[in-house]
Design a protein around this ligand. Structure first.
Ligand code: ADP
Ligand code: MG
Length: 259
């Protein structure tokens, strides 16, 4: 007996059995074509991926492979040309303007390679700004902001501006800002690309710590094999297609090979 479309959907989103992981992000056959004049760039050619609540997933791929495009689709920042993205079982394409704003402000925290901090604001102000968008009173926001800055190891720099901080400290501030509204998901697009190896590894350690302490789901893009050790799972993307999934134990980091 074949299942109806309704039954198939219900099956897709059936509650996980005890001990099973809950899918928090589901991308189904996501394609993205950029049109530039007469040229078409196929940035994603049908990416399908489940991301589980509470996992640290790394998306690995060379420059131009489609990592940022996939992030933007997952994060509701740009619409796929076709395919579906579900966050917590909700089809992102069905969200209206306000619901999408809520998703971007409350459900997902974003971290970028270039930190994207507001230079004229202090660390604390950068962190409390998204709280203001979410309607938190300023005193409460200040307390929460200071708490988060301490959590990321930047309590002592709360009143400094980005230009007065090292790259690693600026990225800590950006991580704190991403946590401002207690998101369920952190999307980190090459968060270590502008940092030296040691500082990059500190950032990965911090994200792994936050995953455990805050039970947040972390999705981090990288093209650097050295940044994968702390992941629960690694997905490789090449030329807009997900080509492989592995656990860090399957990777020989000394050779950079997958067993
Ligand atoms: N806004 C855009 N317009 C046109 N082409 C784009 C745009 N953004 C990305 N691309 C192209 O899509 C492909 C994937 O890019 P991207 O997702 O940024 O890859 P990655 O993040 O892995 O470096 C590349 O060929 C890139 O040149
Ligand atoms: Mg990118």
């Amino acid at each position: 007996m074949s299942l109806t479309a309704q039954e198939k959907l219900a099956d897709l989103f059936a509650e996980p059995a005890a001990g099973q992981r809950r899918t928090i992000i589901r991308a189904v056959d996501v394609k993205k074509v950029y049109r530039m004049g007469t040229q078409e760039v196929h940035a994603l050619r049908g990416a399908t991926l489940d991301i589980f609540q509470g996992e640290y997933l790394s998306i690995m791929g060379p420059s131009g492979s489609g990592k940022s495009t996939l992030f933007n689709a997952i994060g509701g920042l740009s619409k796929p040309s076709s395919g579906k993205v579900y966050i917590n079982q909700v089809d992102v394409a069905q969200l209206d303007h306000n619901e999408l704003a809520w998703l971007r402000c409350r459900t997902i925290g974003y971290i970028f390679q270039s930190y994207n901090l507001i230079q004229v604001m202090t660390c604390l102000e950068n962190v409390t700004l998204p709280m203001a968008f979410a309607g938190l009173e300023s005193e409460e926001a200040r307390d929460k902001g200071l708490h988060i800055l301490k959590l990321v190891g930047l309590g002592h720099r709360a009143l400094h501006k980005p230009a007065e901080l090292s790259g690693g400290q600026q990225q800590r501030c950006a991580i704190a800002r991403a946590l401002a509204n207690s998101p369920e998901i952190i999307l980190a697009d090459e968060p270590t690309a502008n940092l030296d190896l040691r500082t990059g590894e500190e950032m990965i350690d911090l994200l792994a710590k936050l995953k455990v302490e805050l039970n947040v789901t972390i999705v981090s893009a990288t093209h650097d094999l050295k940044m994968l050790q702390k992941s629960d799972r690694i997905v490789w993307i090449a030329d807009g297609v997900i080509v492989k999934t592995a656990h860090p134990s399957e990777i020989d980091f000394s050779k950079g090979e997958v067993h």
